[in-house]
Design a protein around this ligand. Structure first.
Ligand SMILES: NC(=O)c1ccc[n+]([C@@H]2O[C@H](COP(=O)([O-])OP(=O)(O)OC[C@H]3O[C@@H](n4cnc5c(N)ncnc54)[C@H](O)[C@@H]3O)[C@@H](O)[C@H]2O)c1
Length: 260
């Protein structure tokens, strides 16, 4: 019987290319960027918040790897295409992985379905659902065998969080999109997965619900709140060599609140 290699040779080839993290100007995106840098990946930090992206890039470089940063609006065809091309140039023509993290999250309205503003619904869908599609559409020419896409969904899809229909629907769309992308890009050896984080204590989360710190303690099997770093390991796993045969899946990372 032939020896089974630990990792495919194609993976070894693509590993040096950078990982693009959208919405990495703060919060979970910054935690992903720093986690990747700690593992030796070069990181492309993109956010509509240019100053935040610049600060994350500085922190990434402090960890001894290279960083690119720039302004990105994931809802814009032009912006996603320009950023993907610039990141590919930074990566010598290739992008190893895309983490689709950018979203409208805590700042959006929570209201019953009868009262949600239809224009806000459209904005949320444009950023949260269309954004990951536009970003991968633009990055696709620079992805290759062994590349990865990780889409950040939300455990709210499983809990059906009340008064947040536009957000929950947008994240449900991300899970559907993940499955389609897994099939289409899988033909080229590119694995596509989603992470569904539970309520996590990013800066945005504190203003979002009352009693934020107690939330996970009362609800999750592990009886503690979730910090951004609690989500990072799943992303590192999904972009790394150990996840090479996993695709189309959604990994719930919520301390054991939702069992799906
Ligand atoms: N924090 C949580 O409890 C939690 C739980 C589940 C899922 N999530 C998801 O995790 C991700 C990060 O959440 P967070 O808590 O860090 O929130 P956050 O608001 O700090 O992060 C979102 C980032 O996206 C950026 N962004 C917004 N619109 C953009 C656009 N059009 N183009 C590019 N960037 C844009 C923002 O500037 C911000 O840096 C989001 O996808 C969110 O939906 C968060």
């Amino acid at each position: 019987m032939p020896a089974i290699p630990a990792h495919s040779s194609s993976e070894a080839r693509v590993a040096p290319a950078p990982v693009l993290v959208t919405g990495a100007g703060g919060g979970l995106g910054r935690a992903f960027a720093l986690g990747l840098a700690g593992r030796g990946y070069d990181v492309a930090v993109a956010d509509i918040d240019e100053a935040g992206a610049a600060e994350t890039a500085r922190l990434v470089e402090d960890l001894g790897v290279s960083a690119w940063h720039g302004r990105l609006d994931v809802a814009s065809v032009e912006s996603t295409e320009a950023v993907a091309a610039a990141v590919a140039e930074f990566g010598g023509g290739r992008i190893h992985a895309v983490i689709n993290n950018a979203a409208l999250y805590a700042g959006i309205t929570r209201a019953p379905i009868e009262e949600l503003d239809p224009d806000e619904w459209d904005r949320v869908m444009a950023v949260n659902a269309k954004g990951p599609w536009l970003t991968v559409r633009a990055a696709s020419p620079y992805l290759s065998d062994g590349s990865r896409v990780v889409n950040i969904a939300s455990a709210t899809v499983y809990s059906g969080s009340e008064h947040w229909a536009h957000y929950v629907a947008s994240k449900g769309a991300v899970i559907g999109l993940t499955r389609v992308m897994a099939k289409e890009l899988g033909r080229r050896g590119i694995a596509v997965n989603a992470i569904a984080p539970g309520f996590t204590l990013t800066e945005a989360s504190y203003g979002h619900i009352e009693g934020a710190e107690q939330y996970g303690v009362d609800r999750g099997a592990l009886r503690r709140s979730s910090q951004p770093e609690d989500i990072v390991g799943a992303a590192l796993f999904l972009v790394g060599p150990d996840a090479s045969f996993i695709s189309g899946q959604t990994l719930v990372v919520d301390g054991g609140r939702q069992f799906i």
